[in-house]
Design a protein around this ligand. Structure first.
Ligand code: HC0
Ligand code: SF4
Length: 574
């Protein structure tokens, strides 16, 4: 342990901690722009400069190790002048059109400027070289991600997260040096022409509005306000445990009921649960796995509910496409059922055949789900996809006091019924654990010996494995980098019967559309919330979902039947 003082307050902390950690431990706020927990400190924004006694120059707190006996000052007049000069430089390169910006109210730069009353004093200097074509600075070609370089503050976090620090995809990197430095794609191609998998991790760490999810919430509000179609919304498992953070509730707060009430206040006619379709996914994907094991073909089976992973396979390893499960993701299944099944038509006359089909919106922790919703073979199942962050904006824009809503909201039935197995889909390892819980039942043998598979849980990046009696050994790749590492060796072909891949570390609860929380333990807290919902669920195995049983009895006959194939399965194109 080391002892030091920050603004006169004594703190004790572990060796290896930074001065930023020390300030936090002392309860002192040090401004940052280019810092994100878990990513390497960039130390380029110079907002976190602090004075350390004995050092002539101020030090960046994010990247300077705290030493025993340090005496640190964080808010002297000289430091304030430094910060103001840096901010004025950034303001000169920024459009400062906050009122029309998608991150208005959540932008870190805007907040700092506002808190410190910094002003725009210098003539405008656009980002990049003087002859940089301005049309290249705005890129709206991706169905999932919008880029606006005019808002970039060159923090470097997007290049880090897309590169070696997290995803190992290197779609965005830094071009030029010094004055002209800016984040670019290879050959400055638009994102849609690159190997971007739409994971949205870059939008999660961007402190400003330079990288955002392709916004759908304006269209959704317009459609709801027009009240011309019956509207349906479905909610993903990872959204209900994270949206609380957007409204100042404690991280890890489960907000399912509040969320349902907010969606009703926004004007949705039916509020359903993506988890219903997650249970159905297990029935289809589990049966698919057993059929492949029996026929000894297309093994190992890769899960396909993460669209970032599917994009990666299509772009980089089309030879693996036959191994992907053809089962649609729960998002797409839910949309297909709401729009095209006789089952949904039993909901009421507004769903009946011949009427305008319902308007289906999904709320997801994921930016790649926007991309998935327009994929060939599935387009039309879901009309618009909102990220957790976008939904929070919608709720704020309608003046709904989320934190004050009651937790008593209930999903509509029957497309709102679900089990605990479906809820854990939102965490890395959850799809596999849910499949394990049901596989023995599908085989017609005793159920798996254990309900809970701790070895498949955990939010840390890497590969988890488990040997399941009667099935074989399965693997979980937590993050696209882990999957890439695994595929570099050939052992995976023989070692595993099934492999779950989630492109974002933590699974969906670490998705690119989740709140931009700066809590370093955030994934753990969200995961605990997800597993607590499962632990309290009256039913915890997907085949126990009575409405899923009813859907098979009334319409689909059995998993992987021709009717189920038509409605619930898809194909992939290289
Ligand atoms: Fe997920 Fe899903 S669990 S991908 O992570 O499978 O986005 O939360 O909604 O579709 O259910 C995301 C989360 C979902 C889907 C489900 C799966
Ligand atoms: Fe990289 Fe993901 Fe951002 Fe695409 S969405 S640029 S793959 S971090």
């Amino acid at each position: 342990m080391i002892m030091l003082s920050v603004n006169g307050r004594q703190v004790e902390l572990d060796e290896g901690s930074s001065l930023l950690d020390a300030a936090k431990a002392a309860g002192v706020h040090v401004p940052t722009l280019c810092y994100y927990p878990g990513l390497p400190a960039q130390a380029v924004c110079r907002m976190c400069l602090v004075e350390v006694e004995g050092n002539q120059n101020p030090q960046p707190a994010c990247r300077t190790l705290a030493k025993d006996g340090d005496v640190v000052q964080t808010d002297t007049e000289a430091l304030q002048t430094f910060r103001r000069s840096n901010a004025e430089w950034l303001l000169a390169r920024h459009p400062n059109d906050c009122m029309r910006c998608e991150v208005n109210g959540t932008c870190q730069f805007q907040r700092l400027v506002n808190e410190n009353q910094w002003e725009e004093r210098w003539p405008k200097v656009p980002l990049g070289p003087a002859d940089y074509p301005q049309e290249l600075s705005t890129d709206h070609t991706s169905p999932s991600i919008w880029r606006d370089l005019s808002k970039c503050i060159e923090c470097g976090l997007c290049a880090e997260v897309c590169g070696d620090a997290r995803q190992h995809l290197h779609v965005i990197g830094f071009g030029e040096r010094g004055f002209d430095r800016r984040p670019v794609t290879v050959f400055d191609e638009p994102l849609s022409e690159t190997n971007c998998i739409s994971c949205g991790q870059c939008t999660l760490v961007c402190p400003v509005g330079a990288l955002i999810e392709t916004p759908h919430w304006h269209d959704v509000l317009h459609t709801l306000d027009s009240r011309r179609r019956v509207s349906v919304v479905q909610v993903a498992p990872a959204t209900r445990v994270a949206i609380s953070e957007e409204f100042g509730l404690k991280p890890g707060t489960v907000s399912t009921g509040r969320l349902i009430n907010a969606l009703r206040q926004l004007g949705f006619d039916y509020v359903f649960d993506t988890n219903f379709a997650a249970d159905l996914t297990i029935m289809e994907e589990g049966s698919e796995l057993l059929a492949r094991v029996e026929a000894a073909t297309r093994l190992p089976l890769f899960t396909s509910c993460c669209p970032g992973w599917v994009n990666w396979v299509e772009l980089n390893r089309p030879d693996l496409l036959p191994n992907l499960s053809t089962t649609k993701s729960p998002q797409q299944m839910h949309g297909a059922i709401a729009k095209r099944s006789a089952f949904a038509q039993s909901l009421g006359p507004e769903f009946a055949e011949g009427r305008a089909e319902p308007y289906v919106v999904s709320v997801m922790p994921c930016t790649a789900k926007k991309d998935e919703a327009v994929r060939p073979g599935m387009a039309g199942d879901v009309d618009h996809v909102l990220t957790t962050r976008e939904l929070a904006r919608m709720i704020r824009s309608r003046g709904i006091a989320f934190g004050a809503l009651s937790e008593d909201g209930q999903f509509d039935s029957p497309l709102g019924e679900s089990t605990g197995a479906a809820q854990i889909f939102g965490a890395s390892g959850g799809v596999m654990e849910a499949m394990v819980r049901t596989a023995s039942h599908l085989k017609g043998t005793e159920d798996a010996p254990s309900l809970e598979w701790e070895v498949l849980r955990g939010v840390r990046e890497g590969i988890k494995t488990a040997t399941i009696p009667g099935i074989g050994t399965v693997a979980v790749c937590n993050g696209i980098a882990a999957a890439q590492r695994m595929l570099e060796e050939e052992e995976w072909r023989d070692d595993f019967v099934a492999i779950e891949v989630m492109a974002c570390v933590g699974g969906c609860l670490g998705g690119g559309g989740e709140p931009k929380s700066m809590d370093p333990d955030i994934l753990q807290k969200r995961a605990e919330a997800i597993y607590s919902i499962d632990a309290q669920a009256p039913r915890r195995r997907s085949y126990e979902n009575e409405d899923v049983q009813a859907l098979y009895a009334s319409e689909l006959a059995a998993p992987n039947s021709p009717a189920a194939e038509e409605l619930l399965h898809t194909h992939y194109a290289a």
